[in-house]
Structures are given as structure tokens and as C-alpha cells.
Write a protein that binds this ligand. Structure first.
Ligand code: OXD
Ligand code: MN
Length: 585
């Protein structure tokens, strides 16, 4: 065995990976600033990174046009038994998949450096953190992983057990062959999870969640399995602290499907005087029950991988401040002055632009200059509204859990569930219009239970059961449904959203204190009064409940639930029946 590191299990795995992938050399990442700068220089030299003139230590880059988002159809859960993966995941037999992957990975790193990234999801040293080691042939991935997770020697020194994560862009290089700027595979992409052995293998893509394996692959798909077995929750949720004008503070977690504004809500600048929002995370929450019976949440991530388009000094000024320096921009447009730009950043595009594809762009082309899933990768520590407890290993106590989605009709601005079980039903029946965050038809309505459809590493019906298990606990957070995206018959949004969402958070805050007027409806409680003076909105258009549309919604949920067969917890059918009864079906 080679002594790559002081860690025996890691050395044995690295020997196997080297023998399989045949890299030209191996580099153990120490996570230092010097190492980061060297890799950035390498990426500049290769023509991948372009340094930005207006933002210190920041870079623009663009990917291959066929490697721009998570590929859900190429994402697999390879549990031994198909039933364990359930009807919402792509399943393959683990033995067959392993056999196939071994062939794909054989020699795949020839001519490339194998980078070894020890990383930690959660604060280093916390009993709740999970360590992984990603092996990759992409220096771009190393730079992004250093921002998104805690990496390097400090992790290696404490490494005990770890989740092995193998990643390759899948393009070996012959001696003297010139590399592509963004090597990836058009024909073969595989994002594979082995939940029983807790392993991740990713091939053919260098983009986002396909390649930064700590995020969706480990902190959600593998962690959801760990959470099921360990009695906790790994969720696609932001975490925020909300402080009222009297100085009282509460924490909330909120699940929204990809591309539905989690980063904007996590960084909200309230329009109501005296209210304050502080962020702990914008994408993932790991939640456990504390000894006092309350739910405590940590963010396992260290950075933000946010969607650029639509972000501006008016929609999300805190994000714009966060990305002033030390940021990697991928698939944005590039200005003549050496800065980045995307649709929605300013009303008018700058006069001369290079598109995300690296070619001259003009508005006459009638195509966006930035890819709709263009991203910024930035350290969370740069957020001007970072919560002081963001790295507290025990996490923050959660008072409210919010489920949101993008729905132009049916779902009102906000309602509160009658109890935990109904809250689980709301999570389970979430559906949303699709966005560019994943490959697929943008705008199409799809079921996305708990915003976890692409991220649950086991049978979704068992995941519902896992949530229902907790219903007998005391001190549970209250559960809410929100929808910022309702439209009127002219197709205009009826709610301004963004900083005005504080009105909704204020009501939720007050409800969790046993205050806040509420009116009972067939769906749950909605606000009796909400002071929306000064806003150009019609309360009726925000809160009306169309019984007929809701009956259709209930029917639709029933046919979706049928997908889970016998495994669906009976409590959810009881909830659906009770909803129909309240609707007067
Ligand atoms: C993300 C996603 O990148 O959900 O957070 O796609
Ligand atoms: Mn996400």
C-alpha cells in the first residue's frame, strides 16, 4: 500500500483509484490559499478562468454548452433492491452498475492530475459533520469545492470514516494532446449513488451538483439515507434567523424546489422597519432533535452556489454585496470592461457583451446572454447578513418549517397546517413549475415532494414515513405553505415577493408565538388581517381558495400518491380524505 496520507483506509482506496483511473500524478489538496491561487493560475493558463477586473480574486468561466445543469435522468440510486430506491428514483442493479462504471473509469484520468480533496460537510470537529474524500481530475471542481465545503489538511488530520466520492470528466488525454477548455462527455454522464455502501461515483460532467459531490450527492442523497437510519433529517432547505422589532429572534427552515428563490429568501432585506433576517444557509439543512425536544438545524455547506439571472441590487442587494470578491462565475455573460452580467442584473444590458458561450452577443439575437442556470460560487462567510451561530455545531432551534413552490394558480400566498401530520402531507404533495436548474422542460408542473424529488436517496414513501414518525414529539416546529408566484388572469404576478416576503415571515413569526390572527379554511389557517398598506396588491387575489381547483388538485395528488402503492403511509391518504371532506367533495 502506498503511503499517500497517514490514513490507511484512504491509502487503500487511493491505490485502487489510481490503478483504475491511471492518472499521470496525484495531488493531495491541503486547502491552503496558496494551493487555491496556484490552481486558479493553472485554470487561467488553460483558458478556463478569466480574471475579473472589477472584483478581487474573482473569475469568469463558461462550460461546454452540453454541460450546464444537473442531469436527473443520468442520476442513479443503486440500492441492492429496487424497492429501496422507490418509484421516483432511477434505479440500477449495483453489481451491474459497478461493472459498467469500472469499464468507464478504466484509464479515464490518463494525462491528467488526480486531485484528492478531503472535505467535511458541517463544521470541522462537530459530532454531526460527515467527512468525504473526493477524487477528481478537474481543477475547476477543486476550486469550487474549496469554496463550497471545508477542505484540506484540517479535515485529513481528523479523518476517521469517510464517504468515498470518485469524479472524472471522463476525457483522458494522450501525450501531447491539447486539452479542451471544459472537458466533459456528451454521450455518457453518470451520477451514481450506492446508498448501502455510502459511495458516490460521478462520470462525464464537470458542472455543479453533478461534480461538486459534497452538495447534492453527499449532503442530500447519501445523507438522507444516513438520516433515515439515524433518526434525523437531511433536507433541501435554507435556514434563517428572523428578529422582530422587539429584538426577539426565531429560526426558520424553508424548502423550495431548485430555482424557486431559496437564496433570495435566505438573504432577504426586509421592507418592514425593525425586522432583521440573518442567514445560516441557502440550500441544505441537517436537522436533529435536541435534548430539550426541539429541532436543531445546521447548514453542512460552507459556500453558496447561487443562480445569477434575476439577482440585482433591487431583488437581492445582499447577494450583490456577497459576490463583490472571491467569487467564481460560471456561464454568466462577460462585459467589455471585464466584469460579469446576467439578465435582470440591470434593466438594460451593457453595450458590448460576450455571451455565456464565449461569443459576441447582441439583444437582436433574442436569446439570453447568460445561461438561465448561470451560477456564482462564493464563500458563505462573505454574506453581510451572516448569522453569528452559522457554524455552531449544535445548530439553531427551528420554530417554523416552510414549504414553497412556484405555482401560478391554486396555492395561496401562505397558510398554516393544522398539525404536523397535515404539514407532512403539504410537503408530500408539493408540486412546482420546473426551472432551468435541472435539464428538462422549463415551466412544466411536476410533483416535487419536500423539494426532494431529485435528492432523496431512498424510497420516497419511506421518507414520508420517516417524517411522520416525529409526529408524537413535543415542541415540533409549525409547518407552513407559501407561494410567491401566483398570477392573475392577465398573467401578472399578484405578489411583489422579495423584500415584501417579510410580511409573510412576520405572520409566521407571530403565529409561532401564539399570536397573529388566523382564519380557518379547508386548507389550514390563513391570516385574518395582514397590513399590506402601501403595496399594490389585492388580498383576495393572494388568499382566495378556489374550491373547484382544489378538488382537482386533490384528485391529482391522489393519482400521484398511487405511484407509491402499498408503501405510502396511510396517514397521508387520511389527510387527503380529510382535505376533500373539508372542501366538500
Ligand atoms: C442547487 C439545485 O444547485 O437545487 O441548489 O439545483
Ligand atoms: Mn438546491
Amino acid at each position: 500500500m502506498t503511503n499517500w496520507t497517514p490514513h490507511e483506509k484512504l491509502n487503500a482506496w487511493l491505490d485502487d483509484m489510481v490503478a483504475l483511473c491511471k492518472p499521470s500524478s496525484l495531488h493531495i489538496c491541503d486547502g491552503s490559499q496558496e494551493e487555491y491561487e496556484t490552481l486558479c493560475q493553472l485554470l487561467i493558463h488553460k483558458g478556463v478562468f478569466v480574471p475579473l477586473k472589477q472584483r478581487a480574486n474573482s473569475f469568469w468561466c463558461h462550460s461546454d454548452p452540453q454541460d450546464v445543469a444537473r442531469v436527473e435522468e443520468a442520476t442513479f440510486i443503486c440500492s441492492q433492491n429496487q424497492e429501496e430506491a422507490g418509484p421516483t428514483n432511477n434505479w440500477r442493479d449495483p453489481v451491474e452498475m459497478r461493472h459498467h462504471l469500472l469499464k468507464l473509469f478504466a484509464g479515464c484520468m490518463q494525462g491528467r492530475v488526480m486531485y484528492v480533496i478531503p472535505f467535511c460537510m458541517g463544521p470541522i470537529g462537530s459530532p454531526y459533520s460527515v467527512m468525504g474524500v473526493e477524487v477528481t481530475d478537474s481543477p475547476y471542481v477543486v476550486c469550487n469545492m474549496r469554496i463550497m465545503t471545508r477542505i484540506g489538511s484540517s479535515v485529513l488530520n481528523l479523518l476517521e470514516d469517510f464517504v468515498p466520492c470518485l469524479h472524472s470528466v471522463g476525457v483522458p488525454l494522450q501525450p501531447d494532446e491539447k486539452d479542451m477548455a471544459w472537458p466533459c462527455r456528451h454521450d455518457q454522464k453518470y451520477i451514481v449513488h450506492f446508498p448501502e455502501t455510502r459511495e458516490i461515483w460521478s462520470f462525464g460532467s464537470g458542472y455543479g451538483g453533478n461534480a461538486l459531490l459534497g452538495k447534492k450527492c453527499l449532503a442530500l442523497r447519501i445523507a438522507s439515507v444516513m438520516a433515515r437510519d439515524g433518526g434525523w433529517l437531511a433536507e433541501h432547505m435554507l435556514i434563517i434567523g428572523v428578529t422582530n422589532p422587539a429584538g426577539e429572534k426565531k429560526y426558520m427552515a424553508a424548502a423550495f424546489p431548485s430555482g424557486c428563490g431559496k437564496t433570495n429568501l435566505a438573504m432577504l432585506q426586509p421592507s418592514l422597519p425593525g425586522w432583521k433576517i440573518e442567514m445560516l444557509g441557502d440550500d441544505i439543512a441537517w436537522m436533529r432533535f435536541g435534548s430539550d425536544g426541539r429541532v436543531y438545524a445546521i447548514n453542512p455547506e460552507f459556500g453558496i452556489f447561487g443562480i445569477g439571472p434575476g439577482t440585482s441590487t433591487s431583488s437581492n442587494p445582499n447577494a450583490m454585496t456577497t459576490i463583490e470578491k472571491n467569487t467564481i462565475f460560471t456561464n454568466t455573460a462577460f462585459t467589455a470592461e471585464g466584469d460579469i452580467w446576467w439578465e435582470g442584473m440591470t434593466l438594460q444590458p451593457p453595450s458590448s457583451l460576450t455571451s455565456w458561450k464565449g461569443v459576441p452577443w447582441s439583444s437582436d439575437l433574442a436569446i439570453p446572454a447568460a445561461h438561465p442556470n448561470a451560477r456564482f460560487t462564493v464563500p458563505l462567510s462573505q454574506s453581510p447578513i451572516l448569522d453569528p451561530l452559522w457554524e455552531d455545531p449544535k445548530g439553531v432551534p427551528i420554530s417554523a418549517i416552510i414549504f414553497g413552490s412556484r405555482r401560478s394558480t391554486v396555492i395561496p400566498l401562505v397558510y398554516e397546517s393544522f398539525n404536523w401530520e397535515q404539514g407532512v402531507f403539504i410537503g408530500a404533495s408539493l408540486s412546482s413549475e420546473m426551472t432551468a436548474a435541472a435539464k428538462g422542460e422549463v415551466g412544466k408542473l411536476r410533483h416535487d415532494p419536500f423539494a426532494m424529488l431529485p435528492f432523496c436517496g431512498y424510497n420516497m414513501a419511506d421518507y414520508f414515513k420517516h417524517w411522520l414518525h416525529f409526529s408524537t414529539k413535543e415542541h415540533l416546529p409549525r409547518i407552513y405553505s407559501v407561494n410567491w408566484f401566483r398570477k392573475n388572469s392577465e398573467g401578472q404576478f399578484v405578489w411583489p415577493g422579495y423584500s415584501e416576503n417579510i410580511h409573510v415571515l412576520k405572520w409566521i413569526f407571530e403565529r409561532t408565538s401564539g399570536e397573529g390572527d388566523a382564519k380557518e379554511t379547508p386548507l389550514g389557517f390563513i391570516p385574518e388581517h395582514m397590513d399590506l398598506s402601501g403595496l399594490n396588491v389585492r388580498i383576495a387575489s393572494l388568499f382566495s381558495i378556489d374550491n373547484q381547483a382544489w378538488r382537482k388538485e386533490a384528485e391529482e395528488i391522489r393519482s400521484y400518491f398511487a405511484l407509491f402503492g402499498e408503501r405510502l403511509p396511510k396517514e397521508l391518504i387520511d389527510q387527503l380524505n380529510a382535505l376533500e371532506e373539508r372542501l366538500g367533495v
